[in-house]
Design a protein around this ligand. Sequence first.
Ligand code: IMP
Ligand code: MG
Length: 180
Amino acid sequence: MHNDLCEILLTEEQIRARVTELSAQLSKDYAGKEPVFVGVLRGVVMFYSDLTRYFSEYCQMDFMCVSSYEGTESTNSCTISKDVSIDLAGRHVVILEDILDTGHSMSFVYQHLLSKSPASLKICTLLDKPSRRDPALSDLRADYIGFTIPNKFVVGYGLDFNDRYRNLPFIGVLKPEMYE
Ligand code: IMP
Ligand code: MG
């Protein structure tokens, strides 16, 4: 599996240090607010469990699963295969995502959760690839970002290519010949 990578972009140590910082920041910002962390499956699993593990206040955990249609240019081309279970009306909600790429899936999730009338709605993403953002979504910004990365296809720590590599404990760049 490791031979399929050309570079390690973020080591386990770098990820752990940054995720711990984000947890501390969220613990401060959401003290007394009992937020609901909504994870977008499946890429977020490792980030979600590490981030919430070190959140030091009351919180609830919930999940959504969305799939985007391949090969369409439409911006809201997502379907929900699992919605949240907790009633979000009046709650402070933080969306946890693995990566903001074009922004299409986050834009869809954000609008969907906004329609549930939360008291507040923020976005926390482990990775941000701003160079890939759809210009139509240039307003879409994460409130909390783990790392801003260049336009490279990355795998590991939850992120996949064809459902492989999610179990790598670090984030690496896939050799282009693996997907060409
Ligand atoms: P979007 O283009 O921002 O809608 O991103 C959609 C989804 O594509 C993300 O949630 C990831 O699951 C996936 N994705 C985008 N970039 C990468 C990458 O570099 N590696 C693995 N998955 C990615
Ligand atoms: Mg994802």
